[in-house]
Design a protein around this ligand. Structure first.
Ligand SMILES: Cc1ncc(COP(=O)(O)O)c(C=O)c1O
Length: 407
């Protein structure tokens, strides 16, 4: 049995070219870039190169890129660092109810410190109302934080429009671009973003490396204290191999984005149309128009089925998908994103995410389409919620026995 990996929104395999570029920085070029001697100087250039590669993908200058450990750190830094730096100006933050926990829990922590947070609702398709967003801005608003694309549904938010609103009201704008980057164009200048966060392990670089775009001149309080790395913005000895890997992954993403978009979207659309047309009582979670979703993401609920049970059955067939986000799986609570979209609790529990990547192929999609109907049927038969076909009553007495009214 061949394994099929369709959980690329959780993490991706390191690309061979990325690994190859990283290898010399473990043993041969191992110096600390902060050192003045030859060993330090040897690696300084590699960091500069990687900074340029990240900047190129995001359309900013190298000086506006800060390397850090992961997307979660970037979101924490952007939000807490802004809240502290702008506390004299105000204490109000606007975000959405469908953000990743790295944003939501950071905002919740700030609420305990006296900040006031507005969590914008989404509609049943998981989209925001920008009139509501603009109306939420007050003279105390210091930050708008809206993700570029949602990790569970793949929904893409209108970041350029939000950037215009933020600019008009002179409010700082942070976006968690962790899922968008590498899959769709992320142009921070065009979108008028002040801070954008990306994570290496979602785009074929290793885990433990991320970066933040911080617009030149943006005031932010330090988050990590210690050394003076990253022009005093982020303490900690550089993860040189990780930084090199992130740089190459960004370059590769830029080179292949159009091709990957078309290829992955075609596979995802085939899977989506196949599931929706062959299995009854399935609900698509996310925008019905696939143009408003990431090309690789499909989130569907199979009525009457527990998502976790489905994943176990998938696993027995070698298929890796996910229910809810990787960070919340293991919890029995249905996903907060499904909850915010008003998805019925039973359907929310059955939400299943397939997140494809350029390494998937048509045979894998066909295999899932072939196996899925029987798995779903089997699980439905086991579900106490599933209404099996009731026998046709033989007579009016039988009707009364099963509490039915004859027409
Ligand atoms: C939208 C989003 N933001 C942030 C993160 C956190 O990134 P990291 O795993 O690099 O901390 C994730 C990871 O799943 C994500 O999907």
């Amino acid at each position: 049995m061949k394994n099929i990996y369709m959980d690329n929104n959780a993490t991706t395999a390191v690309k061979p070219q990325v690994l190859e570029a990283m290898l010399p920085y473990f043993c041969e070029q191992f110096g600390n870039p902060s050192s003045v001697h030859w060993a330090g100087r040897m690696v300084g250039g590699a960091i500069d190169k990687a900074r340029g590669q990240v900047a190129e993908l995001l359309n900013c200058s190298s000086a506006e890129v800060i390397f850090l450990s992961c997307g979660s750190e970037g979101d924490n830094y952007a939000i807490k660092g802004t809240a502290d730096a702008l506390k004299e100006k105000g204490n109000h933050i606007i975000t959405t109810s469908v953000e990743h926990p790295a944003v939501l829990e950071t905002c919740e922590a700030l609420e305990k410190d006296g900040y006031d947070v507005t969590y914008l609702n989404v509609d049943q398709n998981g989209m925001l109302d920008l009139v509501e967003l603009e109306a939420a801005i007050t003279d105390k608003t210091i930050l708008i934080s809206v993700m570029w694309a949602n990790n569970e549904t793949g929904n893409i938010f209108p970041i350029e429009d939000i950037g215009q609103i933020a600019k008009k009201h002179k409010v700082r704008f942070h976006t968690d671009a962790v899922q968008a980057v590498g899959k769709i164009p992320v142009d921070v200048r065009k979108a008028n973003v002040d801070m954008a966060v990306i994570s290496g392990h979602k785009i074929g670089a290793p885990k433990g490396i991320g970066a933040m775009y911080l617009r030149r001149g943006t005031k932010i309080s330090r988050f990590m204290h210690g050394g003076h790395q990253e022009r005093n913005r982020r303490a900690g000895t550089h993860n040189v191999p990780g930084i090199v890997g992130l740089g190459i992954a960004c370059e590769l993403a830029q080179q292949s984005m159009d091709k990957d978009y078309a290829y992955v979207r075609d596979l995802r659309d085939t899977l989506e149309n196949g599931i929706l047309s062959t299995i009854p009582e399935v609900k698509l979670n996310g925008h019905p128009n696939a143009d408003f979703r990431l090309p690789n993401t499909l989130n569907v609920s199979f009525n009457y089925i527990e998502g976790e049970s489905l994943l176990l059955f998938f696993d027995m067939k070698g298929i890796a998908a996910s229910s809810g986000s990787a960070c919340t799986s293991g919890s029995l609570e249905p996903s907060h994103v499904m909850g915010a979209m008003g998805v019925d609790i039973v359907l929310a529990h059955s939400s299943t995410r397939f997140s494809l990547g350029p390494d998937n192929n048509r045979d894998e999609v066909n295999f899932i389409l072939q196996e899925l109907p029987a798995i779903v049927q089997r699980l439905r038969e086991m579900s106490p919620l599933y209404k099996r076909d009731e026998p046709t009553p033989l007579s009016c007495d039988d009707c009364r026995m099963v509490n039915k009214v004859c027409a």
